[in-house]
Design a protein around this ligand. Structure first.
Ligand code: ADP
Ligand code: ADP
Length: 224
């Protein structure tokens, strides 16, 4: 059964005679366990689609169902709970907080839960171990390399054990060795059952994914 169902989704920005139709009638199903690449030129609607599927931006029309939950029919509080439970983001704009250690950064998403502090710490250390950074958990971001900072951001995104990870150009600013390490990490997490949706411009990244979809002028160009 598909985990994510995007049905007849359209999204416009602006109003009056300045309307931009960013997405037009998108239909898309994504199964649990897919590692999906979302490709397309700049301005084609990739970020908009990602933020709609991630529960961050309501579409102008159409529906999003995740696990059969009609996401944008939820009230705001339940929508926040839904995001917390289902999705993790690895976005360039969600940078690490510079004055918190790697461990504290990873613990952040757990702070609003009712879990005891000791358990939060254990969960954060477990995911830092998974990304190979347990021994550097007390470092500040500027004491870590760019690749290591990326892995901390991934650890933070998965610490809640979400069903889906969204990554916007995760390899964009990385050298090829670090990019490969990140993709290996994503692939390992994907083999553990995590569904991953990654926006990318890099054709080389396609060797790592289970499916690629293309978007052009707000329309899906091809679903192989
Ligand atoms: P991509 O991620 O593929 O670069 P976006 O989803 O960011 O594409 O943008 C799709 C279209 O919607 C573009 O024409 C962009 O200018 C427009 N757009 C995106 N966000 C906004 C916004 N907040 N307000 C107005 N227009 C926007
Ligand atoms: P990576 O393979 O993860 O990119 P590097 O080869 O760049 O790592 O760095 C090796 C080690 O040097 C890292 O483990 C990191 O702890 C340290 N290091 C790298 N860059 C910086 C930096 N800008 N500030 C502090 N320490 C760094």
């Amino acid at each position: 059964m598909s985990l994510i169902k995007v049905c007849e989704v359209s999204k416009s920005y602006g109003g009056g005679d300045k309307i931009v139709e960013a997405l037009s009638n998108i239909n898309l199903e994504i199964n649990q366990g897919e590692f999906l690449a979302l490709m397309g030129p700049s301005g084609s609607g990739k970020s908009t689609l990602l933020s709609i599927i991630g529960g961050l931006t309501p579409p102008t029309s159409g529906t999003l169902k995740i696990d059969d939950i009609d996401v944008y029919a939820l009230d705001l509080e339940r929508l926040a709970d839904f995001r917390h439970e289902y999705v993790g983001f690895v976005f360039q704009q969600y940078q690490l907080i510079p004055y918190l250690t790697a461990l504290e950064n990873v613990m952040l998403p757990l702070a609003i839960t009712s879990r005891p502090g000791k358990e939060q710490r254990e969960m954060a250390l477990t995911v830092l171990d998974k990304v190979g950074l347990r021994s550097k958990s007390h470092r500040l971001p500027n004491q870590l390399s760019g690749g290591e900072q990326n892995r901390v951001a991934i650890a933070r995104a998965i610490v809640n054990r979400p069903a889906i990870i969204f990554a916007d150009e995760p390899t964009g600013s990385l050298d090829s060795k670090t990019a490969k390490e990140l993709l290996e990490l994503f692939q390992a997490l994907n083999k553990d059952g995590l569904t991953i949706i990654m926006v990318t411009h890099n054709e080389e990244n396609l060797t790592w994914v289970t499916r690629a979809i293309y978007i052009r002028d707000g329309v899906l160009a091809q679903i192989p």
